[in-house]
Design a protein around this ligand. Sequence first.
Ligand code: SAM
Ligand code: SF4
Length: 443
Amino acid sequence: MVQGKYLLKVAGCQMSFHDAEVLAGLLTRAGYTETTDPAEADVIIFQTCCVRERAERKIYGKLDELRRLKRIKPDLIIGMAGCLAQKDKEKVFERCPHVDFVLGTQRLGDLPEILAALREGSSGIVAVDEEANLEGLPMRRADGVRAYVNVSYGCNNFCTYCIVPYVRGPERSRQPEAILAEVEEAVREGYPEVMLLGQNVNTYGRDLAEPVSFAWLLRAVDKVDGLVRVRYTTSHPRDFTEDIIRAVKDTRKVCEHFHLPLQAGSDRILARMNRGYTAEHYLRLIEKIRSLIPEASITTDLIVGFPGETEEDFQATLEMVEKVRFDAAYTFMFSPREGTAAAALPEQVPVATKKERLSRLNELQERISREQNEPLVGKTLEVLVEGPSKNNPCMLAGRTRTNKLVHFPGPENLRGKLALVHIERASSWTLQGVLADDDRDQG
Ligand code: SAM
Ligand code: SF4
């Protein structure tokens, strides 16, 4: 067994975060322990993202900062894993000669052999081939109340702006038995909540030898004993079907939160994005959700400044935001990603216009989020307590079933438990409250 320390720096989405948990599992099994101090580390791995250019620039900037450390500590092993590693492959070494290895998204399991080879004097190792088996790898889940569980890997959609299908390969669903076994294991480890992950969970199971649907999977996961909450991301409006809404309605553990990325409100732009639905179709889905589950929250992703987006197209996005009244939205400026169809389109929107549209969109969404949250004042909501709040450690933080962040004073031993919180104040981003009388007695 090796005796050494590792440091993981993670960027990107929940899937990237979860891949880092697998890297941590592999490092732990090899004998490494975790540190947060770069000077103390024997291995530093960047688990990376390349969805937008800004993420990419930041990662290379942080890698550059390690040049000096590598000079004074030549045995330090530095690696890049994740989407940026998969995208840039050998180019990483030209840009950062102090990096020792590059590990692609589908080769996580190669890490122990790579580290062993580097310790024996190899250098410049690249492992980015496609389609290795990702089943059965150990993982060291992050502290917290939520365990991430992949239901599928990769994506077949090729939205024209998106790099993900190029760096994560085609969609492959996991066997339901493997998913259920992992959920059961997470419950045994003490996690009350699971979040099921896939780039498009709605097509889950279609590619299996014995096809199953995502709605079926939700119902099966709901039956796992000891589990308290189930969440999932991401849905695709083209493939999202009523049976999923019904599964959420019929089950106790699956939460009433729908994250349904709209991306744009103009049908012309949606078609250019290759999204496969219209604004009208999207509105019908929202109506269906709200008619079956009136208390559901709905969140989305929106991109401004897609090539060719006119002021009129952008107005259509604002109109959709007004009509749907999202509880929250992740908003992005279009970032051209080399190799994707949209990066090569004419009529790229100037950065100043993108910035101006983003700020108008954010202003509108901020108002709507506040208006969506205000009626919750005076209500008592079930909150899964995550622990002390990051910004104010004197307060606890937790989430409602609808995924709203709640801050309230209370004892730390409520961590991981459900609490009833009486909401006293609401802003665009958070709710604040106090423990309802029943829970105060228990604390
Ligand atoms: N599969 C998920 C989906 O379809 O929503 C997640 C994909 S991506 C990691 C998350 C979000 O990033 C997307 O929903 C999209 O809004 C945004 N995004 C992807 N590529 C982008 C780009 N080139 N520029 C700006 N935003 C982008
Ligand atoms: Fe990217 Fe579209 Fe796949 Fe989401 S569904 S990962 S946005 S290509």
